[in-house]
Design a protein around this ligand. Structure first.
Ligand code: HEM
Ligand SMILES: *[C@@H]1O[C@H](CO)[C@@H](O)[C@H](O)[C@H]1NC(C)=O
Ligand SMILES: *[C@@H]1O[C@H](CO)[C@@H](O)[C@H](O)[C@H]1NC(C)=O
Ligand SMILES: *[C@@H]1O[C@H](CO)[C@@H](O)[C@H](O)[C@H]1NC(C)=O
Ligand SMILES: *[C@@H]1O[C@H](CO)[C@@H](O)[C@H](O)[C@H]1NC(C)=O
Ligand SMILES: *[C@@H]1O[C@H](CO)[C@@H](O)[C@H](O)[C@H]1NC(C)=O
Ligand SMILES: *[C@@H]1O[C@H](CO)[C@@H](O)[C@H](O)[C@H]1NC(C)=O
Ligand SMILES: *[C@@H]1O[C@H](CO)[C@@H](O)[C@H](O)[C@H]1NC(C)=O
Length: 330
């Protein structure tokens, strides 16, 4: 006997099927390349390993590239596009004379193209290289979600505005994270990336002498560290001199960054305010304390936040393209 709502059931089944299909199609997955590029993860790991063997800092630099990619037009490798100083994101304040590792990404892309041509996006390569960099520095492992496609244009003004600056007040940093769907936990856990890598004097020397018109150094900065950094950065002409962001265990991905903050030893103003600013009391301070005491909680939260950051507005399906050369659109 034919029931009256048979058609309705059929229609809703079709609808559910279509919705599932569309959802699955627009979501990143762990096994996206398992058929089309089965050795992808091994190839990237090997290249990252050799780059790090050559220079340990490269782990930090690769991790930062993924961050600077994802905050601008989503994780679409727009950061990697060459261009002139008005168009390429490589020339914005956050990146100029600072972001590095582009050649390593080129090498990885070449190795990947040799194995499976025209299949793997530069945006996914950045995500895998960032994960491997954390792991090879002693940090946590996670399964990277894949299936991003590459953007067709850089966004110079987006890069200038969306990326947090080391001089931004805490509420600005929090808003910039919220603008891309990240919350307070993500602000603090991802800042823990500063457990590896270096910063230039120009990124923090405003704290060392006449801070904010006070005629004195930033009072939240440990006085011993003030002297050391003053020696490193005697004048603006030394703006490219560098110091470790975590001076305790520079190349090791651990929770010492947060212990430093509790001891007034955060190098950037944007680091120290997570613990020392008035606004931190109601926002970020408790998390800094938790992570400083418990690296398991830090690692767990960091992994969740990296996956969230890697999910910022990915291009999927037939949007964007798979670039042949990460520096130029096809
Ligand atoms: C919270 C806001 C953030 C600000 C204001 C900020 C700012 C900075 C600055 C100023 C530097 C030094 C650049 C230089 O002097 O050349 C730096 C380095 C670095 N940042 Fe951040 N950052 C932030 C968040 C993040 C996040 C979310 C990540 C990654 C998940 C990250 C990863 C790194 C790494 C690894 C380095 C060292 C890079 C190297 O040695 O090549 N940062 N950051
Ligand atoms: C960048 O823009 C400025 C002002 O619009 C212009 O004068 C300059 O020639 C441009 N530079 C490049 C490399 O196109
Ligand atoms: C560039 O980035 C800004 C800020 O993230 C965004 O509002 C804008 O829509 C982007 N422009 C393009 C053309 O993608
Ligand atoms: C941030 O989002 C994560 C889920 O992505 C959630 O577990 C966490 O509690 C949130 N943190 C805050 C402070 O809301
Ligand atoms: C800088 O000085 C202004 C004016 O005295 C003050 O309102 C502000 O809180 C100070 N900023 C910091 C980071 O100390
Ligand atoms: C830092 O290095 C870059 C690239 O070599 C150079 O253009 C810039 O002037 C240097 N900055 C300082 C403050 O010396
Ligand atoms: C790092 O911190 C530990 C204490 O947590 C200390 O014993 C050690 O000497 C520090 N190492 C460096 C290089 O500062
Ligand atoms: C860390 O834990 C110890 C003991 O578990 C506690 O006494 C201390 O107050 C904690 N420190 C922070 C900054 O939370």
């Amino acid at each position: 006997m034919k029931r009256p709502c048979n058609n309705l059931v059929l229609y809703s089944k079709i609808m559910i099927f279509l919705m599932l299909f569309l959802c699955v199609n627009s979501q990143l997955t762990q096994n996206f390349y398992s058929k089309t590029c089965p050795n992808l993860l091994k190839i990237v790991r090997k290249e990252v390993q050799s780059a790090i063997k050559n220079e340990m800092r490269m782990a930090a630099s690769l991790l930062r590239l993924h961050f600077h990619d994802c905050f601008v037009n989503g994780c679409d490798a727009s950061l990697l596009l060459d261009g002139n100083s008005n168009t390429s994101e490589k020339f914005t304040p956050a990146n100029l004379n600072s972001a590095r590792g582009y050649e390593v990404i080129d090498n990885i892309k070449t190795a990947v193209e040799n194995a499976c041509s025209g299949v793997v996006s530069c945006a996914d390569i950045l995500a895998i290289a960032a994960r491997d960099s954390v792991l090879l520095s002693g940090g946590p492992f996670w399964k990277v979600l894949l299936g991003r496609r590459d953007g067709l244009a850089a966004n110079f003004s987006g890069s200038s505005n969306a990326l947090p600056a080391p001089f931004d007040p805490l509420n600005t940093i929090i808003s910039k994270f919220e603008a891309v769907g990240l919350n307070l936990t993500d602000v603090v856990s991802l800042s823990g990336a500063h457990t590896i890598g270096l910063a230039r004097c120009t990124s923090f020397d405003s704290r060392l002498r006449n801070f904010n018109g006070t005629n004195s150094p930033d009072t939240t900065l440990d006085t011993t560290l003030v002297s050391e950094l003053q020696n490193l950065c005697p004048s603006t002409s030394d703006g490219n001199n560098t110091t470790p962001l975590d001076r305790n265990s520079t190349d090791l991905f651990d929770n010492h960054y947060f212990k430093n903050l509790i001891n007034g030893r955060g190098v950037l103003e944007s680091d120290q305010i997570l613990f020392s600013s008035d606004d931190a009391t109601t926002t970020t301070k408790t998390l800094v304390e938790t992570y400083s005491n418990n690296s398991m909680v830090f690692f767990d939260d960091f992994v969740n936040s990296m996956i969230k950051m890697g999910n910022i507005s990915p291009l999927t399906g037939s949007d964007g393209e798979i670039r042949t050369n990460c520096r130029v659109v096809n």
